[in-house]
Design a protein around this ligand. Structure first.
Ligand SMILES: Nc1ncnc2c1ncn2[C@@H]1O[C@H](COP(=O)(O)OP(=O)(O)OP(=O)(O)O)[C@@H](O)[C@H]1O
Ligand SMILES: [Mg+2]
Length: 173
């Protein structure tokens, strides 16, 4: 890890949204999900209840997965599948809230998860900062009011800067 996950410095490549509802947060996730591909890593930061799981639900929907999406609190990893149009790509939904020590990651197979050809989405990545690769998309969610959240997409590395450029083009034309 060449830079700390949080606090992150804002750059001109970042993309900011204000979400006014859980459904809106999910829709931002859907648009991101539609652009993700095998090997992508997305780290979700933000406090308890910020909306990380809602955002990931949107990402999974954007990849064509229709089943339940919940925080994998006790098992640490849930695995979903993208639809046939996306080759049934595995989607790994990880929650590290209960991880205290980076060495625990090997136990759950997380130390190599981003080397597989699935899509990897991690809640509470700070718990494993030292073990994570230096290129990823950070989704920073922050609480504004009971129903309002700031959703900031922050690319780290060229793949994710390109991804956000495509996202902007698709969203704003
Ligand atoms: N604009 C919004 N976007 C997302 N969630 C919202 C929004 N407004 C209110 N909420 C509520 O905030 C909560 C977000 O829950 P969610 O499980 O997605 O958070 P989380 O960041 O994954 O939390 P945890 O760290 O506990 O896993 C839900 O109860 C949701 O209804
Ligand atoms: Mg969650």
């Amino acid at each position: 890890m060449t830079e700390p996950l949080l606090p992150a410095v804002q750059t001109p490549h970042d993309l900011d949204f204000i979400s006014h509802s859980p459904a809106q947060t999910e829709r931002i996730g859907i648009r991101l999900g539609q652009l993700l591909r095998a090997g992508d890593l997305v780290l979700l930061s933000g406090p308890l209840g910020a909306g990380k799981t809602h955002f990931i639900k949107g990402v999974a929907r954007g990849l064509g997965y229709d089943g339940p999406v919940t925080s994998p609190t006790f098992v640490l990893i849930n695995e979903y599948r993208a639809d046939a149009a996306r080759g049934r790509l595995p989607i790994y939904h990880v929650d590290l809230y209960r991880v205290n020590d980076v060495t625990e990651l090997a136990t759950i197979g997380l130390d190599e998860l981003w080397l597989t050809d699935g899509i990897c989405l991690i809640e509470w990545p700070e718990r494993a900062a030292a073990a994570l690769p230096s290129e990823y998309l950070q989704v920073a969610l922050s609480y504004i009011s009971e129903t309002k959240r700031q959703v900031r997409l922050m690319p780290h590395g060229s793949r994710y800067r390109d991804l956000l450029a495509t996202f902007k083009e698709a969203t704003f034309g």
